[in-house]
Ligand binder design. Structure first.
Ligand code: SF4
Ligand code: SF4
Ligand code: SF4
Length: 311
């Protein structure tokens, strides 16, 4: 006899839907999983309304996945509601775990973001910031963990389908999800000779030796500072790791600082030379984790103090 389907909910904050796309990309394996799910809420897929989620009894949903970060007041409301209604809440994907690429917006204040997105982008909204029927925007992106506690962090931009299958299977069977804690370097087949880097190379420069560590050849690879849950899928195909799974456990580590420290060890270059050769350090080292990093925390604090002084 088939087991009773398990109540689940998928909540989407501000995000690109790539993580849920990766879930759908399970392809035929979905056929095994879908009958086990009683989907109670999933904005883009099932026609339930927010009100339905609000009316479910607390903790009546067994597993909830929350994708994206909290850019709007509505995102924050949904995130808190998911916590209230779900027994197990998963931070699903890198935006949800650390703030992700959209969290880089914290490098500018909200008015500058409006300038780029709306006021100077005349084809999009006639040069005006739209407000009608839209939820208010949060002035700064906080990591989701500032609002709620998660039971599981499942990073990746997006998480791989294999990782999702493993996680969902364990959760539906009520088992503890055990994830390896290795970095990407652990899975990388390239040889390391521990030699210094004479020059930092942009990815389009030169032809990389296919067998040598990319970092040692001068290409910035964040493999040593990144949780290897993808099993090194980029570096094994000749592309540097950009760090999309965030830091290895404990995930409160500062991935960008660890990557810069690794670069400092391998590249004995003058700071001025390094600045020239790494034109976008924030995007390079903090592309996926800025809001939850130490640097990003300072920025959030500054915005909060500014807001408080304006009140
Ligand atoms: S983690 Fe990446 S794939 Fe997932 S929602 Fe964020 S940007 Fe999209
Ligand atoms: S730094 Fe990058 S290229 Fe070098 S071993 Fe680690 S993952 Fe491989
Ligand atoms: S190798 Fe790095 S960038 Fe590529 S999927 Fe893995 S963590 Fe992300």
């Amino acid at each position: 006899m088939m087991a009773e389907p398990i109540p689940v909910a998928m909540g989407q904050g501000s995000s690109c839907w790539g993580c849920f796309q990766s879930l759908v990309d399970m392809h035929l394996r979905l056929a095994d999983v879908l009958p086990l799910l009683d989907i109670k809420y999933w904005q883009a897929v099932v026609d339930y309304k927010l009100e339905d989620l609000e009316n479910y009894p607390d903790k009546s949903i067994v597993v909830g996945l929350y994708e994206g970060m909290a850019r709007t007041e509505e995102d924050v409301h949904l995130l808190k509601l998911m916590r209230q209604k779900c027994k197990v809440l998963v931070a699903f994907g890198t935006c949800s775990c650390y703030g992700g690429i959209p969290g880089l917006a914290n490098a500018w204040d909200i008015e500058e973001c409006y300038d780029v997105k709306f006021r100077e982008n005349k084809t999009f909204s006639g040069g005006k910031v739209p407000t009608e029927n839209l939820p208010p925007i949060e002035p700064v992106v906080h990591p989701n963990s500032d609002y709620v506690d998660f039971d599981i962090y499942l990073p990746g931009c997006p998480p791989t389908s294999d990782l999702i299958v493993k996680a969902i299977t364990a959760l539906l069977e009520g088992k503890e999800l055990e994830l390896p804690t290795y970095t990407v370097c652990h899975y990388c087949p390239r040889e390391k000779k521990e030699t210094p880097i004479p020059e930092i190379l942009r990815p389009f420069r030169g032809n990389a030796d296919p067998d040598r560590c990319l970092l040692e050849q001068g290409y910035i690879c964040l493999g040593s500072a990144t949780w290897g849950l993808c099993e090194g899928q980029c570096v094994s195909k000749g592309v540097t790791c950009r760090g999309c799974f965030g830091p290895p456990p404990p995930i409160t580590q500062d991935q960008g600082a660890a990557a810069m420290s690794m670069l400092g060890t391998y590249a004995p270059l003058e700071p001025e030379k390094l600045k020239e050769q790494v034109p976008d350090p924030l995007g390079c080292f903090y592309r996926f984790t800025y809001p939850s990093s130490r640097l990003g925390r300072m920025r959030i604090r500054r915005e909060e103090l500014k807001e408080a002084s304006e009140e």
